[in-house]
Design a protein around this ligand. Structure first.
Ligand code: LLP
Length: 445
C-alpha cells in the first residue's frame, strides 16, 4: 500500500484519510463517496508556491489547473493559499467567480473558446486569456475593443516534445489539436498577427506538453525550446516575452508501477524548470519572464480516494472474479478511457494481506465499465467497504450521469472532520432539465 501521510491504517484496522476513518465516513455519508484530504491539497499548493518564490529570481504565480477537480470549495482553498487558477470553460470560470475568486488571477484556456465564454471572461476582467486560434485572437480583440479595454493574452505554442504518457493526454506532438507549432513557423506567424492587434497585449507564451509525465527531461526540453523561441521573437520582432507559462503535467502515484514522488519531490520538478529558465535567459540575454506553472493532478490526485460498497460478486472459474461496486465509469471513467490502473484497498479490513486476484467492476450496462482489472485484494464479501486510491484528479471532474446514475458527493476532510463540498445528487437533479412537450403529456383516460 502507498505510504502517504494522508492514508493510514488505524487501530481498528480501517483505512483512514486525513485522520478520518473511512468506515465512519461511509456510515455518515454513504457510498459511493469521493473523499479529499484538505491538508494534502494545501501542502501541494504551498510546495509549488514557495519553491517558485524562493528559487526563481524573477516573479511568478502558480495556477491550479482546475479541470482536475472543480467545485467552489477548491477555488476558495486556492485563493486562501494565494495562488491563481486556470479555467478551461465558461462553467469553470463561473464556478471560480461564484466562489469569489479574484478575476485577475484567473487564466483562461481552451482550444475552441466559444463567443459567450470570451465575452464572460472579458466582463469578469480575468487576468489573461491563452489564445489558441486565429479566430480567437480576432474575437478577443473585437470584444476588448467593444468594452474599451486592452486584454492580456498569451499564445499557446507547441514546442514539439514527445512526452512518455498515454497518447490521449500528450499535447505537444506535431499532430495535436493544441497550440501553434514552433517547428513549422506557425507560432512565429501568429506572434506577428497578435502583435498587430490594438486591443490585445501579448504577454508571451504558454506550453503544456501533456499529463501524468514523470521524466524531468521532457519538461526541461520544453523550457529550452520556449526560451529559444522567445529569443528568436526578440530578434525577429523586437518582442520581449514578459510571461512564460509552462503548463502542468507532473505525474502522480496510482499503483506501484508508478514512481512515488514524496510531496516535496515535486519541488525538484519545478526547480529543474526554473534552472533551465535561468540558464537560457542568461545565455540568450533575455530578461527573466514572469513564470507560471499549472499543476492540476499533482495537487489533488493523491489527495482523494473513492469509497464504494461491494455488491454482487461473480466468480467465473478459471476466468475472473468480479467484484461489482455501487459506482463505476460514471464516477471514474478513466479505465474506460485510458485503461488507467488503480490500487484498491479493502477499507474495513485494511490490515489483511491480499489473498486473491479480482476485477473491480461498476454498475453500468457496459462491459468496459471497470475500475481496476486483476488486482490483489483480501477476500472480499458483499457489504465490504472498498477504497480506490488516487482518485482526486479527473474523477469527479469527468463524472457523468450515464444510465441516470447519480454523481457521488464530495467531502473534504480537515483534521479528521469531513463535510460536504459537493452535495449528493438526487433523482430530482436527474430529471431537472427534462421536459415533456404538451403533445406527449399523459392524457387522463
Ligand atoms: N494546463 C493545461 C493547458 C492543460 O491542458 C492541463 C491538463 C493542465 C495544465 C494540468 O495538467 P496536470 O498537471 O493535471 O497533468 N483527463 C485526463 C487528463 C487530461 C489533462 C488535460 N490537461 C486524465 O484523466 O488523465
Amino acid at each position: 500500500m502507498n505510504e502517504r501521510e494522508t492514508l493510514k491504517i488505524n487501530e481498528r484496522g480501517h483505512l483512514s484519510i486525513g485522520g478520518a476513518d473511512c468506515v465512519d465516513l461511509a456510515k455518515q455519508f454513504g457510498t459511493p463517496l469521493y473523499v479529499f484530504d484538505e491538508a494534502y491539497i494545501r501542502n501541494m499548493m504551498r510546495i509549488y508556491r514557495d519553491t517558485l518564490a524562493k528559487k526563481y529570481k524573477g516573479k511568478g504565480l502558480v495556477l491550479y489547473a482546475s479541470k482536475a477537480f472543480s467545485c467552489k470549495a477548491i477555488y476558495r482553498i486556492a485563493d486562501e493559499e494565494n495562488i491563481g487558477v486556470d479555467v478551461v470553460s465558461g462553467g469553470e470560470l463561473y464556478t471560480a467567480l461564484q466562489a469569489g475568486f479574484p478575476a485577475e488571477k484567473i487564466y483562461m484556456h481552451g482550444n475552441n473558446k466559444l463567443d459567450y465564454e470570451i465575452g464572460e471572461a472579458l466582463d469578469a476582467g480575468i487576468g489573461c486569456i491563452v489564445a489558441d486560434a486565429y479566430s480567437e485572437i480576432d474575437k478577443i480583440d473585437a470584444e476588448a475593443k467593444k468594452r474599451g479595454i486592452v486584454q492580456n493574452i498569451l499564445l499557446r505554442i507547441n514546442p514539439g516534445v514527445e512526452a512518455h504518457t498515454h497518447a490521449f493526454v500528450q499535447t505537444a506532438t506535431t499532430d495535436s489539436k493544441f497550440g501553434f507549432s514552433i517547428a513549422d513557423g506557425t507560432a512565429e506567424a501568429v506572434t506577428a498577427y497578435a502583435l498587430e492587434k490594438k486591443n490585445l497585449h501579448l504577454q508571451g507564451y504558454h506550453c503544456h506538453i501533456g499529463s501524468q509525465i514523470f521524466e524531468k527531461q521532457s519538461f526541461v526540453i520544453a523550457v529550452e525550446k520556449c526560451m529559444e523561441f522567445s529569443a528568436n521573437m526578440k530578434e525577429r520582432f523586437d518582442f520581449t516575452v514578459e510571461t512564460l507559462n509552462l503548463g502542468g503535467g507532473y505525474g502522480v502515484w496510482y499503483t506501484d508501477e508508478d514512481r512515488k514522488i514524496p510531496a516535496n519531490g515535486y519541488a525538484e520538478y519545478l526547480e529543474a524548470l526554473i534552472d533551465e529558465v535561468h540558464k537560457k535567459a542568461e545565455e540568450k540575454q533575455l530578461p527573466l519572464p514572469y513564470l507560471l506553472i499549472e499543476p492540476g493532478r499533482s495537487i489533488v490526485g493523491e489527495a482523494g480516494i473513492t469509497l464504494y460498497t461491494v455488491g454482487a460478486i461473480k466468480d467465473i472459474p478459471g476466468v475472473k472474479k468480479y467484484l461489482a461496486v455501487d459506482g463505476g465509469m460514471f464516477d471514474n471513467p478513466r479505465y474506460a478511457l485510458y485503461q488507467s490502473k488503480y490500487t484498491p484497498v479493502l477499507a474495513n479490513r485494511a490490515n489483511q494481506e491480499p489473498t486473491e486476484i479480482v476485477t473491480i467492476a461498476g454498475k453500468c450496462c457496459e462491459s468496459g465499465d471497470l475500475i481496476a482489472v486483476n488486482v490483489n485484494l483480501p477476500k472480499a464479501e458483499t457489504g465490504d467497504l472498498l477504497a480506490i486510491l488516487s482518485t482526486g484528479a479527473y474523477n469527479y471532474s469527468m463524472a457523468m450521469n450515464y444510465n441516470r446514475n447519480m454523481i457521488p458527493p464530495c467531502v473534504l476532510v480537515n483534521e479528521g472532520v469531513a463535510e460536504y463540498i459537493v452535495r449528493p445528487q438526487s433523482y430530482e437533479d436527474i430529471v431537472r432539465n427534462d421536459i415533456i412537450p404538451n403533445r406527449l403529456q399523459k392524457k387522463s383516460k
